[in-house]
Design a protein around this ligand. Structure first.
Ligand SMILES: [Zn+2]
Length: 452
């Protein structure tokens, strides 16, 4: 058994059901939180002094596209909206290879860990004809090295331009190949247990890049294997128009006909729902992965989060792909979620507790990790420790957890702990050389971008 004691925490935000704690210790045994008390006296393997730190449950990221870290803020589409942005970038993305998948995964997960995220998904839907590695195995290799809890979605695209879809032929796959590989990755990687480090989700990309048949088949397969479902939905008004033209139905109606609704389903974005559709999402307890930064960056719109929160619609937070954010800064996402709702609904629309809950507990619920997202005995030892004893937080300590969101200019943790293991120490990744990630990612990015 290994033991780790987080000593004398300046401030613990344990989750919104419990009162914050000052000057408490957290005892971790192996991968679980064992005790949260004052002045714990135990012989332990390691002690971390947290007297300057705000301790949060590890943040949870519910939507991403890691490979896009190599194509951030490309000048040609810095000011484009979703469909134009996608059509341009597909031509760059088709050049990704195994090395690009590996280093982009390290880069995205590294940024997430360094900004307090301990559990993330990734929606990889790009399978160019010329790539012949096991993409998911490559991503898990990167996740294992860095020590993040990882629940990737096996994405897919099958509806290319020639069939009325948006992506070019070079990046889509045959539906029987997608089905077979989806089954394979579940059998190879999925661990249904509460403390799993690996879970699989199935995720057709969007209504404008897969067929109705593939949506239906994927939903059936996921239910058969008891894994979650995910897709992009209702991100833009263009998508609504596309679906009405192509399928004669709005996006959510299409999903309903595909049996792609329920508490095992999450939709990324979920901006363009009308009242009737919100009622259907409520009735079916469907989840939303809210991506405020991406929605602002692409000018997509504002998700009706405030109206969703009192219902059974569970809203988690997500940074989205790095070509539309363009960072994997999870604490910034919490801040932007708070600010963006206030633009639409006013200053009292949403509280700090609401957004922290969305970034922790709600995200864990969306990804079906039942013992993650709170600092509580018996929960996974997934923690983020932010040093609050800095100039940029001075004057903001009357509410230390809020200071992290309202104040400051650097979202990096001092320590990030996942499954009881220190994966960020003194602000640096412990599992891989950060400078190597930077240099390789820059070189790979140059290579891919120059091909256009
Ligand atoms: Zn996305």
């Amino acid at each position: 058994m290994t033991t780790l004691l987080i000593k004398n925490c300046f401030y613990i935000w344990p989750g919104c059901d419990d009162q914050p704690l000052c000057h408490h210790d957290i005892l971790i045994q192996d991968n679980q939180i064992q005790r949260i008390e004052t002045d714990i006296k135990e012989d332990v393997d390691r002690v971390i002094d947290a007297s300057n730190h705000v301790v949060l449950p590890g943040l949870v990221n519910t939507h991403h596209h890691f490979y896009q870290t190599l194509t951030r803020n490309i000048p040609a589409v810095q000011n484009a909206k979703l469909f134009d942005w996608l059509v341009y970038l597909y031509e760059i993305w088709k050049h990704i290879d195994e090395e690009a998948v590996f280093y982009s995964s390290l880069l995205a997960m590294g940024e997430l860990l360094k900004t307090g995220c301990t559990l993330s998904t990734d929606h990889h839907y790009l399978y160019p004809a010329n790539i012949n590695c096991d993409i998911m195995a490559t991503q898990f290799k990167a996740a294992d090295l860095l020590g993040i809890r990882f629940s990737p979605a096996r994405g897919s695209m099958s509806l290319s331009k020639k069939d009325g879809g948006l992506p070019p032929d070079t990046v889509v796959q045959q539906e029987d190949v997608i089905y077979e590989d989806s089954r394979r990755v579940i059998e190879k990687f999925h661990d249904p247990s509460d403390f799993a480090m690996k879970k699989i989700i199935l995720a057709p990309c969007s209504p404008f890049s897969v067929t109705e048949n593939l949506m239906k088949q994927t939903a059936e397969l996921a239910r058969k294997h008891k894994v979650l479902l995910h897709t992009h939905l209702a991100e833009t008004a263009d998508e609504n128009e596309f679906c009405v033209q192509m399928y004669g139905r709005r996006p959510l109606e299409l999903m309903q006909d595909c049996d792609f609704l329920g508490n095992d389903v999450s939709f990324a974005h979920g901006i363009y729902f009308n009242d009737k559709e919100l009622a259907l999402l409520d009735k079916t307890a469907t989840h939303i992965a809210h991506c405020p930064t991406s929605n602002m960056r692409l000018g997509s719109g504002i998700c009706r989060v405030k109206e969703m929160l009192p219902t059974r619609i569970n809203v988690g937070l997500a940074v989205d792909g790095s070509a539309s954010n363009d960072s994997s800064d999870m604490l910034a996402e919490v801040r932007n979620a708070l600010l963006l709702q206030r633009v639409k609904y006013g200053a009292s629309a949403i509280t700090l507790n609401d957004v922290l809950k969305m970034g922790t507990e709600n995200g864990a619920k969306l990804l079906n990790f039942k013992k993650t997202g709170k600092i509580k005995k018996g929960y996974t030892a997934d923690l983020a420790l932010f040093n609050i004893n800095k100039m940029e937080y001075a004057g903001a300590l009357s509410d230390p957890a809020a200071a992290l969101v309202f104040s400051g200019f650097n979202h990096g943790t001092d320590y990030t702990i996942v499954n009881g293991k220190i994966v960020v120490e003194k602000g640096r990744l412990t599992g891989f050389d950060e400078d190597k990630i930077r240099d390789k990612a820059n070189a790979l990015s140059r290579k891919i971008v120059e091909k256009v």
